[in-house]
Design a protein around this ligand. Structure first.
Ligand code: GCU
Length: 621
């Protein structure tokens, strides 16, 4: 049996697919022993970012014996090496380091193509305050992570783009401690995503890692949003982990002179309802955020939250009750200039800065939840967000264990960002095959998204059928998944994978749903600086001129679609993909960016910018 299959089965044995957050207290997944503390980036924390000792472990020697049994003396023991002692095959103290956060592929040339397990070790000092718990917070780790503290197995997590928190209180000593993690980026058939992706499989601890100390009874989750039925009322709940029924909770929004008290029920959840006066609603034109203080007993946290409603009415999308058109762009979490997985505030400011420069009021964060800095910054800049989980292409839609993984990632995505006003759309999938198993799987995902968050819209990026007509072609949007969605997303590549740019002029759209439509992807590749001879009326593919042609014809076509309520062309910036290996043109990059990875704005950037600034693309009603 193939090497990684064996490793995958054994790790799967360690990593039973995780159901959504249980009603336990705190809300920890009993199988993985992970939870997710909301607003953790606003809590005081001890950062563990920086250099970590690492061991590349292609054969998973650190976990398994030569007969593939789980080792008792694995690398997680972090045993000090004694040259005169029992022969030992590893020694973290002398091992090279990798920077955290950061993917490993762009840190060392020999790791550029590496997919597999790498061990991380970090020593840290800690003295616990009385009546507290300590969590190890991991912003994201791609793809499967096993965690030990002081040789004690603590938790595990599967999924490369959502955070997880592990209670390490019981394993800690006052003084010297160490944490050892194994992060395995191997792509797996029953993974989410699965084997094929058109983005680079950056591995490692790709987002912040820290220690967070909280009181024994602490606020681990809350939802505060504007009521759709009365836009002067902020409603929701606050969950206080380990709090007995009757425990008081206070929510204060000083700027609104609003302060409410409530008490938790038997599930440690307090219902919140705050009547307000002169609330300034969040919108791209007015990205108003309020400082919100939530306290319960010894615990207190602060957040900055915007309040707005988002809903549909027929084929319209309504923001705060008003029809809106989503002028957008798709974005991958590829770091501008330095490349690699994006995570710094600078990465975020550059990417969203370019989106604002384009004239966007919306961004599609593809195809996985991006760093929380991205959604926090979108809140501040007034950019509406489409946030997605990597149910991408051909998952094992008939495998219940895979469905559980998708549900876990959806729950984590919604839990982390449910209080971000910028997020208006949860997307459960991209370009999935129209099969019965797929439709059943994703309909269950849409239902879960609505159950977890009835205040937002649920969408997916669908493939479209094409029929030749006497005058051109007809695009038919009738994917059965559309029935379950609030907003229909469709991807098309007229002018690139199909037809020539002019083909858009003779393409009609037959949309079988009376719902808002977002053209979630369209575009074509161009290598920045690759130009057609001047005056060339038929510029060649891969030139900036041809990409600009695609945009011009697309904009004209899109304006002929009555229920079009948004668009997010593919894509803001060139990004790395192992599927793109055409030398001299691609060199492991998908070149459909309007900006190159080195910040060069291509001609099409200005075509779209003009349409957005002049408001000549799309209508809100
Ligand atoms: C698809 C897919 C993207 C991909 C793009 C492309 O539509 O959703 O992930 O990168 O097409 O082919 O460039």
């Amino acid at each position: 049996m193939q090497k990684f299959a064996i490793r995958h089965i054994l790790t799967a044995a360690l990593l039973l697919a995780a159901p959504a957050f249980s009603q336990t207290n705190p809300q920890t997944d009993p199988q993985t022993n992970t939870t997710l503390l909301v607003d953790i980036d606003h809590r005081p924390a001890t950062s563990l970012d920086g250099d970590w000792h690492t061991i590349v472990d292609q054969y998973s020697t650190g976990v398994y014996t030569l007969h593939q049994e789980l080792r008792k003396d694995g690398f997680f023991m972090n045993a000090p090496f004694d040259p005169n002692g029992h022969p030992q095959d590893y020694n973290f103290a002398n091992a090279p380091t990798l920077r955290v956060p950061g993917d490993w592929n762009t840190q060392r040339p020999e790791l550029f193509y590496y997919e597999g397990p790498i061990w991380y070790e970090k020593d840290f000092q800690h003295t616990a305050a009385p009546n507290t718990r300590t969590f190890l917070h991991i912003g994201a780790a791609n793809y499967r992570t096993l965690v030990w503290v002081n040789t004690r197995k603590i938790c595990e997590h599967e999924g490369g783009f959502t955070p997880f928190d592990c209670d390490i209180t019981a394993a800690l000593h006052d003084g010297n401690n160490f944490v050892v993690l194994s992060v395995d980026s191997t792509r797996i058939a029953d993974g989410v995503p699965t084997l094929q992706t058109d983005w680079w499989n950056y591995g490692g601890l790709t987002r912040d890692v820290s220690l967070v100390e909280v009181p024994d009874q602490f606020i681990d989750d809350y939802d505060l949003h504007l009521s759709r039925t009365d836009r002067s009322v902020i409603e929701g709940y606050v969950h206080v982990a380990s709090a007995p029924a009757g425990t008081p909770v206070t929510v204060t929004i000083a700027e609104l002179h609003a302060k409410v008290e409530s008490t938790v029920d038997a599930n440690s959840r307090a219902v919140i309802s705050i009547p307000t006066k002169s609330l300034s609603l969040w919108s791209p034109e007015n990205p108003k955020l309020y400082k919100v203080e939530i306290s319960s007993g010894p615990d207190k946290i602060e957040d900055t939250i915007g309040f707005r409603t988002i809903e549909t009415r027929g084929t319209q999308i309504l923001l705060n009750g008003q029809p809106v058109f989503l002028r957008g762009i798709s974005i991958h979490a590829e770091a501008p200039f330095r490349t690699g997985r994006a995570y710094t505030q600078k990465d975020v400011d550059t990417l969203l800065g370019w989106a604002k420069e384009l004239g966007c009021n919306y961004v599609r964060l593809a195809h996985y939840p991006h760093d929380e800095r991205m959604t926090r910054t979108a809140d501040r800049l007034g950019l509406m967000v489409w946030s997605e989980i990597p149910d991408y292409w051909a998952l094992q839609f008939d495998n219940p264990a895979v469905l559980a993984k998708s549900k876990q990632q959806l729950s984590e995505m919604i839990r982390r960002d449910r209080d971000k006003a910028s997020i208006v759309l949860w997307s459960v999938a991209n370009e999935t095959p129209n099969t019965e198993a797929r439709t059943k799987y994703l309909t269950a995902m849409v239902d879960l998204a609505h159950q977890l968050d009835p205040t937002r819209l649920v969408t997916a990026a669908l493939l479209v059928r094409t029929e030749k007509t006497a005058t051109g072609s007809n695009k038919i949007v009738d994917d059965p998944l559309g029935k379950a969605l609030d907003v229909i997303g469709t991807n098309e590549y007229i002018g690139w994978y199909e037809q020539h740019a002019e083909g858009a002029d003779t393409t009609t759209w037959d949309i079988r749903f009376d719902k808002p439509l977002i053209m979630s992807e369209w575009g074509g590749d161009a290598k920045a600086g690759n130009h057609a001879p001047s005056g060339d009326t038929h510029p060649a593919l891969w030139t900036e001129e041809y990409q600009a042609e695609i945009y011009r014809h697309q904009i004209a076509m899109l304006n002929k679609i009555p229920q079009l309520r948004g668009t997010s062309p593919w894509i803001l910036m060139d990004f790395r993909s192992a599927r793109r290996v055409n030398p001299g043109l691609q060199d492991n990059f998908n070149r459909k960016g309007l900006v190159s990875d080195q910040g060069v704005r291509k001609q099409a950037f200005f075509v779209l910018q003009k349409a957005y600034k002049d408001r000549t693309l799309g209508k809100a009603e």
